[in-house]
Write a protein that binds this ligand. Structure first.
Ligand code: UD1
Ligand code: CA
Length: 449
């Protein structure tokens, strides 16, 4: 039986190095704000409560993390002070013997597996506190984890307070801590700011706990997993690592990525087995692709369900609210938005189809435009099963094209077309025999005069 868990995510930092009006932890990685990645990893441990510590201007963060509560840390006095700010939310649960997990909101790469290893270490040992250690290529700036003969953490010393010998230690604290809640909050009251930065350090808990006979142990994690994001370049590095993970996940799930390094996923992209993705494809949030579908190169897809055996692109753009039916075909330079394309239906070239319902097996000719927006409101177009829309048609919505109906090429369709009807809506053609010859003669004459 594991103790109930309370998760405290620190996100009060100003994130000035991002040079952004958006709070740092709301910058997206793989299409989702960093703090959501952190909360999702922690959620896998099924905590009783998660709470986010924000600064005085944390309104946007509070909005983004709902329904989880936020607490405000008025002044940034250090990591110990930040955890203490969560006290009001945490207190009622502490009495039930809960553990507390502290995470940073700007560390989006942490995995549930690593958090579970910390939990496992809490369970087996006698240690009240588990600190997540790692060995960065360059330890500059991190707190060094000092280990004693018994293999326990004897102290964590911040770079600025460290001796030369301590700085040479390459095992660093990653900023994640799992501890027994009651002593943790009790000891936080005793943390002092008598250090180089005049901050209340969470790392002071090691000493204070030892004084009370409570041991601290270390669990070592992967350096890439505990990377923090402080700048745009670190944001890009985190993105690259996450994309690599998502590509591997897709391939392990049975999808073929011809050039994986050129395919960009959203955190929630789902590819079924035997999906093939050609080079240079971008998936935004909310995409599911069913078995055997093929996504040709240079397609941009978001908020779309693609059914089995469908073929998309090259150069297709599928926008939110779209569903592509089984074995349907969306070809080059076709944009779809909030549209349902029926099974085996085709829109092969150069079209815009928005706010439309297209029936099974319908064929949408090259250059078809659904005129869904009149400058004030959006209107729907329905196209019946087996209908044929001639090339270069304008379907002025709201409009219904019946089952099996045909519209002639170049039509501006403003009124409903009944089932099985043929609609031709273009100026009649006027052919003058030898007219071209006579035209040229007239031109030549004009030039001479
Ligand atoms: C901290 C650790 C250091 C560790 C490193 C890992 C301390 C004293 N030091 O150093 O040992 O190696 O993280 O990245 O804990 N925060 C608040 N309120 C505050 C201060 C910080 O919410 O008053 C948040 C920040 O938003 C940030 C995190 O806590 O997400 C870490 O704070 P930061 O000041 O960056 O700590 P470091 O100096 O990096
Ligand atoms: Ca930091």
């Amino acid at each position: 039986m594991t103790a109930p868990l309370i998760v405290v995510v620190l996100a009060a930092g100003k994130g000035t190095r991002m040079r952004s009006t958006l709070p740092k932890v709301l910058h997206p990685v793989a299409g989702r704000p960093m703090i959501q990645h952190v909360l999702a990893a922690a959620a896998a441990l099924e905590p009783a409560q998660m709470v986010v510590v924000v600064g005085p201007e944390g309104g946007a963060i509070a909005e983004a993390v709902r329904p989880h509560p936020v607490v405000v840390q008025q002044e940034q006095l250090g990591t110990a002070d930040a955890v203490k700010a969560a006290r009001e939310v945490v207190e009622p649960l502490i009495t039930e013997g809960a553990d507390v997990l502290v995470l940073y909101g700007d560390g989006p790469l942490i995995t549930p597996e690593t958090l579970a290893r910390m939990q496992a270490a809490r369970r087996v040992g006698e240690d009240a506190f588990i600190w997540l250690g790692f060995r960065p290529p360059d330890p500059t700036g991190y707190g060094r984890l000092l280990i004693n003969e018994a293999g326990k953490v004897s102290r964590i010393v911040e770079e600025k307070d460290a001796s030369e010998a301590e700085r040479a230690v390459d095992l660093c604290w990653a900023g994640l801590l799992l501890g027994e809640g009651a002593p943790l909050f009790h000891l936080l009251e005793q943390v002092k700011n008598d250090n180089a930065k005049k901050e209340y350090y969470l790392t002071s808990l090691v000493d204070l706990a030892a004084r009370d006979g409570l041991a601290s142990a270390v669990v070592e994690g992967d350096a890439d997993e505990v990377r923090g994001v402080n700048s745009r370049s670190e944001l890009a590095e985190a993105e690259a690592i996450l994309q690599q993970r998502l590509r591997l996940r897709a391939m392990e799930g049975g999808a073929t990525l011809i050039a994986p390094e050129t395919v960009y996923f959203s955190w929630d992209t789902e590819l079924a087995p035997d999906v093939v993705v050609e080079p240079n494809v971008f998936f935004g949030p909310g995409v599911k692709v069913a078995a055997g579908a093929r996504i040709h190169g240079f397609s941009h897809i978001e908020g779309t369900m693609i059914e089995a055996g469908a073929r998309i692109g090259p150069f297709a753009r599928l926008r939110p609210g779209t569903r592509i039916g089984p074995e349907a075909r969306v070809g080059n330079f076709v944009e779809m938005k909030a549209t349902s394309l029926g099974a085996k239906a085709k829109a092969n070239h150069l079209s815009y189809v928005g706010d439309a319902e297209v029936g099974e097996g319908a064929n949408i000719g090259a250059g078809t435009i659904t005129c869904n927006y009149d400058g004030f409101a959006k209107h729907r177009t329905t196209i019946g099963a087996g209908a044929f829309i001639g090339s270069n048609s304008s379907l002025v919505a709201p409009v219904n094209i019946g089952v099996g109906a045909v519209t002639g090429a170049g039509g501006t369709i403003v009124a409903d077309v009944p089932d099985q009807a043929l609609a031709i809506a273009r100026a009649e053609q006027n052919v003058r025999p030898d007219g071209a010859k006579r035209l040229r003669a007239r031109r030549a004459q004009l030039k001479e005069s």
